[in-house]
Design a protein around this ligand. Structure first.
Ligand SMILES: *Cc1c(COP(=O)(O)O)cnc(C)c1O
Length: 396
């Protein structure tokens, strides 16, 4: 055994964009003893969670849960709303939007892909043009990834609602809110989102394993026409069950955790304060990266300030420098976990997740270690990014 190889000490700083940090009070709540899931005691917790989650999503539509990660709720949306061969339109703005599209093709749906510059996001004129060109009304849905976790970019669902309204196109509006919900404002009913797809382990600060769909009246009507095969994910089957959700045993411990995380979001801090905190910490990260970018250093991948994400920042390395070397230094030596680059950004970018249970010392600690790892790996940059973040936080 090599005595000189030491594992890092101290607390793990977890700066991935999902899963995210789980507050101690939520961890305690999750470690609840097993309970039966029909009696009134659990039903009360379940209904409280349902009502609270709807407040976070800002919806009065129906909501169904799936025991599974976000992918499960993606699949549930597709198999409940469509029939084989149906056409879906989606802007391919990064890895997650593309994987949802790939899943649709795997399931026998057709996709019309709006390619765009991943650093700027789709032009809304291109979205409108595609809807106008669809005279036969073949497009059954527009699938939007609200917060593209691979690139650190937000698309405004309101813009897509406006495009559908302006063109009088009847397509459903589906929105993936997995890495935005609870971190960036999401307004399901105001934007008339027909089906929102969410998950537990990002802004909701819970363990992985629970995901959900909201279902508008228009989505319910579409689901009645759907001929895709389904059983476990069938919303209609779920409606016959006592919880009007779930096939099989609900993950009761996650609901005890959710009751606490919703209390933190809705009562303890308040949603608007939660969003403001995310904006502030995200801006501190961006100030640091913009500072480092001098001297040919790493830079913000997103070059469209109107679409900066407040829950994740993707940082592009200078040409010829390996992002994973920086990540490995951060993790192996300093116990700071950073997100990796995905798809075409593998090895070329890394990501700082700044969502969920997070404050200034956590973000400054993470930024300090990123700068340390840049230095150790001889990556060109302008030193002092942490000071730039401090300056911003002190004067904000
Ligand atoms: C994390 C994520 C997913 C996938 O969710 P899983 O829970 O990992 O299955 C989908 N879309 C977005 C935008 C994500 O950030």
């Amino acid at each position: 055994m090599n005595e000189s190889v030491q594992k890092p000490r101290g607390r793990l700083f977890f700066a991935n964009p999902g899963p995210s940090n789980i507050p101690d009070s939520v961890l305690h709540a999750v470690s609840h003893v097993s309970v039966d899931w029909y009696p009134a005691e659990f039903m009360a917790v379940y209904h409280e969670c349902m009502a609270g989650l709807k407040r976070v999503i800002k919806t009065q539509n129906d909501l169904v849960f799936h025991t599974g990660s976000g992918h499960a709720a993606w699949e549930a949306a597709l198999v409940n709303l469509f029939s084989p061969g149906d056409l879906l339109l989606y802007p391919q703005t990064g890895n997650f939007s593309d994987r949802w599209g790939q899943m649709a093709r795997d399931l026998g749906l057709r996709t019309q892909v709006l390619e765009c510059d991943w650093r700027r996001g789709v032009e809304m004129t291109a979205v409108r043009a595609a809807l106008v060109a669809d005279k036969a009304r073949e497009i059954k849905a527009v699938c939007v990834t609200h917060n593209e976790t691979s690139t650190g970019m937000v698309l405004n669902p309101a813009d897509f609602r406006a495009a559908l309204d302006a063109t009088g196109h009847p397509a459903l509006l589906l929105v993936d809110t997995i890495s935005s919900l609870g971190s960036i404002d999401f307004r399901c009913d105001e934007w008339r989102v027909d089906c929102a797809v969410g998950g537990s382990q990002k802004g909701l600060m819970l363990p992985t394993g629970l995901s959900f769909n909201t279902i508008s009246e228009k989505a319910w009507a579409a689901s009645k026409q759907s001929t895709m095969r389904k059983s476990y994910f069938s919303w209609a089957n779920m409606m016959k069950l006592p919880h009007k959700s779930f096939m099989g045993t609900p993950p009761t411990s996650l609901f005890y955790g959710m009751k606490e995380s919703l209390r933190l979001l809705l009562e303890d801090e308040g949603l608007d304060n939660v969003f403001a905190r995310h904006t502030r910490l995200a801006e501190a990260v961006r100030r640091a990266v913009n500072h480092w970018s001098g001297n040919g250093g790493p830079q913000l991948y997103c070059t469209n300030p109107a679409r900066y994400s407040d829950s994740v920042t993707t940082i592009l390395m200078p040409e010829g420098f390996d992002a994973n070397a920086v990540r490995n230094t951060a993790l192996d030596r300093f116990n700071v976990s950073l997100g990796g680059g995905l798809a075409r950004l593998a090895g070329k970018a890394f990501r700082i997740g700044h969502l969920g249970d997070l404050n200034e010392p956590m973000i400054l600690g993470t930024l300090g270690v990123v700068e340390l790892a840049l230095k150790i790996n001889h990556v060109p940059h302008t030193p002092g990014g942490v000071d730039a973040a401090i300056d911003y936080l002190a004067n904000d």
